[in-house]
Design a protein around this ligand. Sequence first.
Ligand SMILES: [Zn+2]
Length: 323
Amino acid sequence: MRTVLTLAELESHAHDPRSPSARRQRRFLCPLCGNDKPRDSAHRSLSLNTDTGVWICHRCGESGLLGEYWSQPFDHQNLRSQLIGKMAVTSSASHASRTTLDRRFDWRKVWRGSSRLLGTPGAIYLEHRGILTQFAETCGVRFSAAWYGRPAILFPVNNADGNLVAISGRFVDGCRSSKTLSAGRKSLGVFSASDLRTAPIISIVEGPIDALSLALCGMPATAMIGTSWAEWLPASLASKLVYIATDADEPGDEAAGLLRQALLPFACRVLRLRPHVGKDWNDVLVQQGPCALRRLLRDFTVTPAKKGERQMSSLPSNLHISI
Ligand SMILES: [Zn+2]
């Protein structure tokens, strides 16, 4: 079970107030391993990097990011996160005076101050949805404790040039009102779990978590953040095999038909990939598990594309509709 820890809790009188504090790498008694061990230095199995806030217990194997570090930028180790961070700064300068949407809530500032996912409530939420924390981090997903004042998972929305144009936020505080809230101009971009430029096959989904679900199981994916797409998207997919993997509901089917029309002039081969259980591809991942979804998608991602198409036709008809 994942547990969120704070430095205050580790240093508290009730826990381990005498942990040596002079070093960058500190050691604490681990509150997750049980309280029946001797409370001495030999049993300080939890190791904390005070620069990054990342902790790991060498006895029980749990790890995470201390609560005090959630709002600090994470700018080491993860190259992709670093690149996205730089893009955010660059595009922040060029769009500084833009739009009334951004005026009241400085979303770029919140994005720059966001943390990595590991050890946050965002990671716990994604784990419940079947998404590995490390995988989500490599796709640029981050966490903020203060997205419109609430804890949320942040999905970067980039334009065709890879510049940040918006953030799609998914709240993780369990409040029923407004589960998601975006900032910036999301209509200008997509959240991509895969590199649009290099993938010969791409699936287009509605939500960022659907994109993570498919990409995690081997299908390159990008999310429109809704049922309408950025104007530049069809041209950027020229000549590719495109699976329209929108939700299995009326708006999803309608969007699939319109998107197909938009893609055809760009010599795309377009097929519908419709969830066969639940409403969306995260439902499939949660209900059937990653192994089943991976097996299912394996045939779709085989190249050359023509072979993939032939294989599709042998699948149950409720799984896909060729449109
Ligand atoms: Zn432990």
